[in-house]
Design a protein around this ligand. Structure first.
Ligand code: AVJ
Ligand code: FE
Length: 438
């Protein structure tokens, strides 16, 4: 973005890095044993994420942008996510907690030094600014991953946060009709957008209807209580095989006890709240619920059109509410709360078409496979996105309560295996329009 002054970029980048580090510190300011143990085979030990964040910052900011001598080339391999599966990371000769903290501090000092002196004009400006934004987002993405590790951890709560707001939206329809037509999907202008969000391109989307709110726990429990997990009619073959092989009968962390549903949430055992978006469901579970409800999941183009398309101007917005950065009234983001907010809590965050809570609260499963947009170019490395194309991953949109504002946009694309549910995932439903409707 050529209109932003180099000084503004420096200030914004430093602030984003600083905010990420404050959060990383909060997630890792725990006993050495909690940091180094494996809380789940699905996750790395927290101390791996900590040093990995430093290692990526060293590679991209200190070495690549800064052109400086490597600090710890000997540990690149240990913290290369492609070299070791998560389950195998506890057995590696990792930096210990004190060493890891000292390493990330040292890298950060050098990265900030680079930020002060990096050439910031022309192409170099765009590239350097992107690298800082990418690294701030990377740390925040690992912070969300570490938050998921905290959720998997057993024992007394270590994290605390106030409850989210319970504002009620005015009377809202069940679903919103999005008329057929073109819209601009993706972005070429957003300076910190990642390679997979680019380039902006026009897409024709048939008319469809989409839920005003994410599917709530209450509604999801009705599916469970109606025997939804015992009826193969609602499941794909892959989904049915998976839930039967693994004995899955409800969302992860749910338990039926004394005539009602309970859940474990960051070490607290509590009744499942009726009006909160359902959390910790896989793509297969989302798809099965939708089939049971006589509906389907939205494609990612539908999701993005519902989120960004402004019918008055024909423009696509950066966020559902407009182009302003997310504030606390727009969306439940940034681990300000340790749970999704009840549906209706963010009327100021609704899209022009009247769809609520698209950003924040829960990542939303879409029916789309993760793939490159027309004209996709891998940047700055093929391992960021490109190696995940090819149909094994489903796209997730919108971010969760654990996603920082710097790591979410109307164009942002996340992806995971369709069986995953330890991440902060929910969904909303969509449907085709009846003939003559809309
Ligand atoms: C985009 C969230 C799927 O955590 O695997 C972190 C982000 N890439 N380090 C992930 C990422 C490299 C990625 N997701
Ligand atoms: Fe990473």
């Amino acid at each position: 973005n050529g209109n932003v002054a180099p000084e503004d970029i420096r200030v914004r980048a430093a602030a984003a890095l600083e905010r990420a580090r404050t959060r990383t510190a909060a997630l890792t300011d725990i006993d050495d044993d909690e940091l180094t143990r494996q809380h789940s085979r699905l996750m790395s030990p927290l101390v791996w994420d900590l040093a990995h964040v430093g290692s990526q910052e060293e590679i991209w900011l200190v070495r690549d942008v800064g052109g400086r001598e490597p600090l710890r080339p000997d540990i690149d391999e240990l913290y290369d996510a492609f070299r070791h599966a998560r389950a195998d990371r506890p057995a590696l000769p990792l930096l210990g907690p004190a060493e890891a903290r000292a390493y990330v501090d040292q890298v950060r000092r050098k990265a900030l030094d680079t930020l002060e002196s990096a050439p910031m004009e022309g192409r170099r400006l765009t590239e350097s600014a992107f690298a800082f934004g990418m690294i701030a987002q990377h740390e925040q993405q690992h912070d969300e991953t570490m938050l998921a590790t905290h959720q998997l951890r057993r024992g007394e709560p270590l994290l605390h946060a106030p409850a989210p707001p319970v504002r009620r939206a005015g009377p809202a329809p069940e679903e919103v009709v999005v008329p057929a037509g073109r819209f601009v999907m993706g972005t070429s202008a957003e300076p910190w957008a990642l390679d997979n969000e680019r380039p902006a391109h026009e897409v024709f989307v048939d008319g469809f209807a989409i839920d005003t709110f994410p599917v709530t726990c209450d509604r999801y429990a009705a599916f469970v209580d109606a025997g939804g997990y015992r009826d193969p009619r609602w499941w794909s073959t892959e989904g049915w095989d998976y839930i039967t092989a693994h004995g899955i009968t409800a969302p992860r962390f749910w338990r039926f006890d004394g005539g009602r549903w309970w859940r474990r949430r960051f070490g607290v055992y509590e009744p499942v709240p009726d009006d909160e978006p359902v959390l910790h469901v896989s793509f297969h579970e989302a798809e099965a619920y939708a089939a049971w409800a006589g509906r389907r999941l939205p494609t990612e183009a539908e999701w993005e059109k519902a989120a960004r398309h402004d019918p008055a101007t024909g423009r696509s917005r950066r966020y559902p509410w407009g182009d302003d950065e997310p504030g606390p009234d727009h969306a439940n983001l940034g681990q300000r709360h340790l749970r999704p907010a009840p549906v209706g809590a963010y009327p100021a965050g609704a899209s022009p078409l009247g769809v609520h809570q698209l950003i924040g609260d829960v990542w939303e499963w879409t029916s789309s496979d993760f793939a490159g947009y027309p004209g996709f170019q891998a940047f700055p490395y093929a391992e960021y996105s490109e190696v995940f194309f090819g149909g094994r991953y489903k796209v997730l949109r919108g971010g969760s309560f654990g996603t920082d504002p710097v790591a979410i946009r109307g164009t942002f694309r996340n992806w995971d295996f369709p069986i995953r549910r330890q991440i902060f995932t929910g969904f909303r439903c969509a449907r085709d329009l009846a003939p003559g409707e809309g």
